[in-house]
Design a protein around this ligand. Structure first.
Ligand code: SAM
Length: 323
């Protein structure tokens, strides 16, 4: 198996490895894959070699996969503007997102992108939003929220009040407000402290304002829209009764989880963009920041590393073990 074959067939997920998108459809269609073998240990070693390959580092422009030196240098500079270390992010993510970033800025190359950002600070937010994938929505993965509301949170809340909930990599706040709505419907909002953190100041500004266009609210039922939002300025604003329970921070979560012990941590669709080496410390912090018995909510493609003390409760839902 050539080294370049590894990313073709394996994708890092929560520090472990899963068959990549290339292979999954084949597995799903039960094609005969018996001729392909990738012993776990060998795959792991190859992955480590790959991780040790030159990446976009903070100290020098270096080549990584399809990015050339000036593209690497641009990515490094762009991430620095947000206080981030580009080498913490998976090279594949950078490679995939750079064209989206150039499109968002309406430029054809990184030299023009940098000039535009230096001239127009607002362009920095567009560039970061595209590179860091700010995609989110209310009640994203609706089944997870159904499960939370019907089973998991009522049980957790029975033993926890007041309750502390945080959303790491919260983007524009849709995730934390969705949790706030569920908690309100379970009668627990009054006794809950909610915190959202993201490295993009512009996303946190939107979250704090709690104001969204109608097309951002497709996951919200008409009843909930009526009950938890006010029509304002051509869009909808989260009602103050809900907003007053949420606090927001601009923070690089790779430098540490918000201090304190948490009952629920939503960390969805963020870990998948970090290199495994970069997120080791973060997983340690997540484990120690969650109260034993507390709940970790991940994205569909994510799992905690096996070495961490979590038990799966259902898709995307993990409980911090007590031992
Ligand atoms: C795909 S969005 C996920 C939003 C939300 N959690 C969800 O699942 O709908 C990823 C978010 O992680 C944020 N992010 C990426 N790296 C970060 C870092 N080092 N510190 C804080 N936030 C980060 C991005 O700005 C982006 O808003």
């Amino acid at each position: 198996m050539s080294q370049s074959f590894v990313p073709e067939v394996l994708a890092t997920v929560g520090g472990g490895w899963l068959p990549s998108r290339v292979l999954r459809p084949a597995i799903a269609s039960r094609q005969n894959l018996a001729h392909i073998s990738f012993p776990r240990e060998a795959a792991r070693r190859r992955a480590m070699n790959l991780a040790a390959a030159p990446a976009c580092t903070n100290s020098r422009p270096a080549r990584v996969s399809k990015l050339n030196d000036s593209e690497c240098a641009f990515c490094r500079w762009l991430f620095e503007q947000a206080g981030l270390d580009v080498s913490s992010y998976r090279p594949k993510t950078l490679e995939r997102r750079l064209p989206a970033c150039l499109r968002a800025l309406r430029v054809v190359d990184v030299a023009r992108a940098r000039r535009r950002i230096e001239k127009e600070p607002q362009a920095l937010h567009q560039a970061l939003g595209a590179m860091l994938i700010g995609v989110t929505s209310f009640f994203r993965d609706a089944k997870v929220f159904d499960e939370l509301q019907s089973e998991i949170l009522p049980e957790l809340l029975a033993s926890r009040s007041p309750c502390r909930v945080c959303s790491l990599g919260c983007s524009d706040g849709a995730e934390l407000y969705s949790l706030a709505i569920v908690l309100a419907e379970l009668g627990a909002l009054e006794h809950t402290y909610l915190l959202g953190a993201d490295c993009r100041p512009e996303a946190i500004k939107v979250a704090r304002a709690g104001h969204y266009d109608a097309n951002h609210l497709h996951g919200v039922s008409p009843e909930r829209l009526e009950r938890y939002f006010l029509r304002e300025d051509g869009g909808f604003r989260v009602r103050p009764e809900l907003r007053q329970h949420a606090r927001w921070r601009v923070a690089n979560i790779l430098r540490g989880v918000e201090p304190g012990i948490w009952d629920v941590i939503a960390f969805r669709n963020v870990a998948m963009y970090f290199r495994a080496e970069a997120s080791h410390r973060l997983w340690d912090h997540l484990e120690t920041s969650l109260r034993p018995g507390g709940l970790l909510i991940l994205g569909k493609a994510e799992r905690p590393p096996r070495s961490k003390r979590f038990a799966a409760l259902g898709p995307c839902l993990f409980q911090r073990l007590r031992r």
